[in-house]
Design a protein around this ligand. Sequence first.
Ligand code: IMP
Length: 417
Amino acid sequence: MVRIITGLQFGDEGKGRVTHFESKKADMVIRATGGNNAGHTVVANGKKFAMHLLPSSIIRKDVVSIIGNGVVIDPKVLIDEIVEMNNNGIEITPDNFKISDRAHIIMPWHKDMDVILEKQKMNPIGTTKRGIGPCYAEKCLRTGIRAYDLTDPTSLMYRVVDSVSYNNVFLNHFGYNLSSQYALDKYVEYGKFLKPFICDIHSIVHDALSADKNILIEGAQAMYLDIDHGTYPYVTSSNSASPGACVGAGIGPKYVSEVIGVMKAYTSRVGEGPFPTELKNEIGDKIRDLGHEFGTTTGRPRRCGWLDLVMIKQAVDVNSLTCLCVNHLDTIGKFDEIQVCTTYSYKNETINYVPINLENCTPASYHMFKGWDTSNAKTYEDLPENAKLFISLIEKYTGVPVKYIGIGPDENDTIIR
Ligand code: IMP
């Protein structure tokens, strides 16, 4: 049985909350896309860890945590996370942690390129500058370096020399002169550390499927940052919607029995790009303050606005969701009046889908709600009537049940239906 957890907006929906609950039932957790542009907080042994690459299941010894082929890995960041966890008593061994030998490796020039490309653009994307886009670009150009190459210094040498000569053509213009030797020295060392974890994950995953094990694929980023379905070009460079999760984990769609979409009761976005319900006023500032909307990875303040159900419905369709998790119901309830966008104006028409030129859409209709207080709620029945009406609008509009509701920052502040 395979379940996928995926984000429905612009990332940072609180996927960690559901992953935490769902991984309790899992035998194996796979991260399938993205890299250290993602960030999630893991609480273990009473301490909080800001993680970027390790799957959040890593704190559970009985679960096999895997970084799948669809992920791009900055080896230094991954090694630092492993060392930090080990130093804090979380044992990471080749038995409980594996890296697909097909995953691509972020090289120093990918980060340089990320910075240069952003500077050169008339309309920068606002990337995390972690080298994500250039690494995926090299994957598609077929000049990339894979985790396997880290385990084989000869293969690494050929790959690095090739990639350096190719990248120098571009980077020399900007005063860079890449040295293969410099990269090789460093990456051979990273390879020695990571080698015990790097393997062909195909048989491990498919043996688990044959034995009817419980596999969870942990999404990174979200629908509207997906390279195909998101607000291109203001997206990340991987397929972060649920179909990409299958590719990035090496699992076909027939095995997937549940796809859980995670959203917030409002919308936030970090970086540039269209955002029809954005509130560039004191309401947006208040959402940011109440919801603590500052990036885990870059610390950037997030742009905030009302919930946009047009975007959510399209995300439900593309991801083929079976249920939803709505986070921050407590946060949005603190407003006297809450709005939820249900249609757009686009080219003098009213529409209920997300067109290619989302920047030309403005909200055409809003549902209004009065605020609520969730502090005494332990079950769905305890929720105030207005909060229930809000949840019921989401269910009616999307046709998908809301199974999880987040009513506070703590993982225990979750109502499960
Ligand atoms: P990149 O993935 O670093 O290339 O950044 C591309 C866009 O995706 C930028 O707008 C980033 O802010 C955004 N982005 C990438 N990863 C995340 C994430 O985990 N949460 C929210 N936004 C993200």
